[in-house]
Ligand binder design. Structure first.
Ligand code: ATP
Ligand code: MG
Length: 395
């Protein structure tokens, strides 16, 4: 028989959801099943408050790597399911601890029990004592010491109503809420550092994130397009089923360059992006827009300029990075694996035809006057007709 492992998955805020709890749990289980679908011979159990995966031990490393991509998991442990028999649990503990004593003079350890099966005849401290003392009688001569506050090795026992799991590891998950539990949103995804991080943060709040990229290949080449494909794919790993919309933007940018006040250009580009994104969102019933804007980071992201772009849409605009500095955004981008793609050199579409002095406090009537100088509705509809639609799962 192949050796089996039990993965004990703890979830994050779902526990707070009262009567919606079942719905959140179902969402999470579905997302977990998707990431481990490549593992053969896997069984699922979901007793109250936990999800258990029963897997062949040869898949433990792969399973662990996959679970780290699932929003909604607080932490998980890989251990062994067994009868709550103190001798058997102690024997397993000894088997795990003994090799560690070979390379060290001493080791501080403790046993920690969590018991949700209240009918179990012993309390948690009693179980700790029963198992701990059995292990000590075997290993104290080899340098094992009990130390509850400074343990270097913790043997954990979780006695649930249907199953007892023994483990010695805890891996952190992404936390947050399971994707699909909140709804669909559309992220304005450039090839830069910020917007992929913004998309990731909303995925961790339970959103399925779709992407729109405003492309200016005639002026900027294919590099931006390729970067965005690769970034969308990286974010989609945390959720699946994202769609990427690529909107040709050169006509609109050309018109703004030729007809409008130079200093207003960037804000005018952004207003057109928001309008087009809104149209896509409305067609697909997406419930909000996401951008990577952070207050004051660049001239186009002052309070005045953010207000001047938000006001063209009635959709909610989510800016999860609004209060973050660049350094912490970069740290996050590195963690989620998008940073290396984002820093590949590629001019971004807002920096071409960049005015020498972009306006920092734009006035909406002046922007509207500029927009009266070219047929933006027609150009918007044109761009939408020529838009490319890509299923990110297929990339
Ligand atoms: P990023 O690193 O995300 O590009 P940034 O700091 O470079 O952000 P801007 O270039 O001012 O900031 O863009 C602000 C936001 O506008 C971006 O985070 C993104 O959401 C959106 N955006 C900018 N350019 C594009 C584009 N070509 N396609 C789609 N969205 C864009
Ligand atoms: Mg940018």
């Amino acid at each position: 028989m192949t050796e089996r492992r039990t993965v004990l998955i703890r979830y994050d805020e779902i526990g707070l959801k009262g009567r919606n709890r079942k719905f959140f749990e179902k969402c999470l289980l579905k997302n977990i099943k998707r990431v481990v679908s490549g593992i053969d011979d896997i069984h699922y159990r979901s007793p109250r408050g936990r999800i258990f995966l029963d897997i062949p031990s040869s898949f433990a490393a792969e399973c662990s790597a996959q679970l780290k991509t699932v929003p909604g998991i607080a932490s998980f442990s890989i251990g062994v399911s067994m009868n709550p028999d103190f001798d058997a649990i102690a024997a397993l503990g000894i088997q795990w601890i003994e090799p560690k004593l070979e390379s060290a003079d001493s080791l501080k350890f403790c046993v920690k029990t969590r018991r949700s099966k209240k009918s179990f005849p012993k309390t948690s401290p009693e179980v700790n004592f029963e198992v701990g003392s059995r292990i000590m009688s075997e290993l104290s001569q080899k340098g094992l010491k009990v130390n509850i506050t400074e343990a270097e090795y913790v043997l954990e026992i979780e006695i649930g109503s249907s199953e007892t799991v023994v483990f010695d590891n805890r891996e952190p998950g992404l936390a947050g809420l399971p994707v699909g539990s909140s709804g669909n949103v559309l992220c304005l995804l450039s090839g830069g550092i910020d917007s992929p991080v913004a998309a990731f943060m909303m995925a961790c709040r339970g959103c399925r994130v779709h992407f729109v990229f405003f492309d200016n290949q005639p002026f900027l080449g294919r590099g931006g397009y390729d970067k965005v494909l690769s970034l969308a794919k990286k974010i989609n790993r945390f959720q699946s089923r994202g769609t990427l919309y690529v909107v040709p933007f050169e006509e609109l940018q050309g018109a703004i360059r030729d007809h409008c006040n130079e200093e207003n250009r960037v804000v005018l580009y952004r207003r057109m992006m928001y309008r087009i994104a809104e149209e896509i969102a409305n067609r697909q019933s997406y419930m909000g827009l996401i951008t990577g804007e952070s207050l004051g980071q660049v001239a186009s992201q002052t309070l005045e300029n953010l207000a001047a772009v938000s006001c063209v849409t009635s959709l909610s605009v989510f800016r999860p990075l609004i209060g973050m500095n660049k350094e912490s955004i970069i740290t996050k981008a590195k963690e989620i694996g998008t940073y290396d793609v984002s820093i590949e050199p590629q001019p971004d579409c807002c920096s071409i035809f960049m005015p020498k002095n972009p306006v920092t406090r734009s006035k909406i009537p002046f922007l509207e006057r500029d927009e009266g100088k070219f047929p933006w509705e027609e150009l918007r509809d044109n761009a939408l007709t020529r838009m490319e639609i890509i299923k990110v799962d297929d990339l």
